[in-house]
Design a protein around this ligand. Structure first.
Ligand code: NDP
Length: 344
């Protein structure tokens, strides 16, 4: 949650307390120590940098997925070197982060050696914000893009029935003298977790977010979640981008298209295991070893446009505040997760 003056309904936690809370809950649900630690770190990053909807808030649905066997708690991802610049991981129906984490150094090495490298992963449940997966590459001087295929939730532009996932994508590039330029976003008008947050707090979603079960436009978050569907951002353009993400993430990895997702048939299942693809480029090999400096000089012109801030700068402001003040967690969620951490 964003850092601000705590109210009665929230309690302020340090990031270490968030980490312990998440890790205990995951371990109590059979997740091995190192994977629980990795996922807890991931949840800390979402609480620190945002979006809060992908931090502790999403943990109960992951625990539910573990309890019903939708996600394998003891998965063993298998990484294959598929070529001089290609890695493939089968996630063994576990979480995506262990495979992504394990592949990262090799992927960076391949990109430096070959100029460009690709990782695909299938059969793995991606957790949280994609920004956390691409930023480390840019911190190492590389350019990275990521595509993730998710559950069937989005009606294509002009259609009436959902076919696509919320299909997020992310981009990161190094910038000399400052943290990388990073953005990530769902290709649906709004991410599902945010719709859930709005539903829980009784807030209306913006017009253009989704449709109800009859295909009629609605601003009622509950109607979207209860048999309705989301719309792609930007009409036909967002639909085109979403189709691309699904090809890049689900088709390229050999994973599941959103229409092949079976989570709806498994009570307790919530997460998507459609597939993930990461592409990493070494600027020195691609044509300009001085990319980080040129991008820095170029972005220095940005404030002259009158734009308030760069995409991705929100995360840096939230990061500063969270490191300084800690984060606020709804008391009810905190109680639920503490209880989950005591589960046998
Ligand atoms: P947002 O629309 O909130 O933000 C999209 C991007 O724009 C971010 O990089 C954000 O960075 C930036 N941004 C936001 N507000 C502004 C602004 N006023 N001016 C300039 N830039 C801005 O993201 P979404 O709701 O689409 O997605 C939320 C998250 O959900 C993402 O982290 C995404 O990775 C994740 N997601 C994960 C899925 C999964 O299956 N794992 C599925 C779908 C989404 P910043 O705020 O830091 O500036």
């Amino acid at each position: 949650m964003s850092a601000h003056t705590p109210s009665r309904d929230v309690q302020r936690l340090t990031l270490d307390e968030v980490r312990t809370l998440a890790s205990d809950a995951l371990r109590a649900h059979g997740v091995e120590f190192d994977v629980a630690a990795l996922l807890a770190d991931r949840i800390v990053l979402a609480e620190r940098d945002g979006p809060a909807s992908h931090g502790l808030f999403m943990l109960p649905s992951l625990l539910s997925g573990l309890r019903c066997g939708w996600i394998g708690a003891r998965a063993r991802p298998r990484m294959t070197v598929a070529g001089p610049a290609a890695l493939h991981v089968d996630g063994d129906n576990g979480f995506a982060q262990p495979g992504l984490e394990r592949a990262r150094p090799e992927l960076a090495r391949m990109a430096a050696a070959q100029g460009i490298a690709v990782l695909t992963q299938r059969n793995a449940h991606h957790v949280g914000a994609l920004r956390c997966d691409v930023e480390p590459f840019a911190e190492a001087g590389l350019v990275a893009m990521m595509f993730v295929a998710t559950r069937r939730r989005v009606v294509p532009h002009g259609g009436r029935h959902p076919m696509l996932g919320t299909n997020p994508m992310a981009f990161a590039a190094p910038v000399r003298g400052r943290p990388p330029f990073v953005w990530d976003m769902a290709t649906s008008a709004v991410a599902v977790s945010d719709v859930r947050l709005m539903a829980e707090s009784g807030r209306a979603v913006p017009p253009g977010t989704g449709v109800d079960r009859h295909g009629a436009p609605t601003t009622d978050a509950r109607s979207i979640l209860d048999g309705g569907a989301l719309l792609a951002f930007g009409g036909h353009k967002g639909t085109a981008v979403s189709l691309m993400v699904e090809i890049m993430a689900a088709a390229l990895s050999g994973g599941r298209f959103a229409v092949e997702d079976r989570a709806a048939e498994v009570p307790g299942a919530a997460s998507a295991n459609g597939g993930q693809t990461v592409i990493v480029i070494d600027p020195a090999r691609a044509g300009d070893a001085g990319l980080a400096g040129r991008v820095a000089d170029w972005l220095a012109l940005y404030p002259d446009t009158g734009a308030e801030r760069l995409p991705g700068d929100g995360r840096l402001a939230r990061r500063d505040a969270a490191l300084r003040d800690g984060v606020d967690v709804p008391t009810a969620l905190l109680r639920q997760l503490r209880e989950a951490g005591r589960a046998p």
